[in-house]
Ligand binder design. Structure first.
Ligand SMILES: [Zn+2]
Length: 137
């Protein structure tokens, strides 16, 4: 068994895995592994500061701006445009058909009852329906 080491994050002692040996940096708990990965990524970015620089500029040179790319994509994919238009139409229709708010003065309740006087006991609502509980007065 390899000599035990201390995890730099949780400070617990651990025995490194026989295959990983001295390369194992943490105790192996998910939280410590995540911290180790974050730290090594930060270290790598400090060591290679220019690696991600100018990526967007380079892509822009090849594909144009995002708007250019979208416009070209729409020109080349009429099926996508049709499908998307149908989706948007459906979405707008659903938006328009949202129910009136429970506090709206336009709310009408039709009651088919022989009784002349009723008492509203409770009013509740979901995003789609309004529930009114009535009791005889
Ligand atoms: Zn740990």
């Amino acid at each position: 068994m390899l000599p035990r080491r201390r995890c730099p994050f949780c400070r617990r002692w651990f025995h490194p895995h026989p295959r990983l040996k001295q390369r194992q940096k943490t105790c192996g708990r998910a939280d410590c592994c995540r911290k180790q990965k974050k730290r090594s990524n930060q270290q790598w970015r400090t060591d290679h500061p220019d690696y991600f620089r100018d990526t967007y500029a380079h892509q822009k040179e090849i594909y144009g701006t995002r708007a250019d790319y979208k416009r070209r994509y729409r020109e080349q994919h009429p099926d996508y445009v049709r499908r998307n238009a149908a989706f948007v139409r459906k979405w707008r229709l659903r938006l328009r058909s949202t129910p009136v708010s429970p506090t709206s003065p336009d709310l009408h309740v039709t009651i088919e009852s022989e009784r002349a006087s009723l008492r509203i006991a409770q009013v509740s609502h979901t995003s789609r329906d309004i529930f009114v509980t009535l009791f005889p007065a």
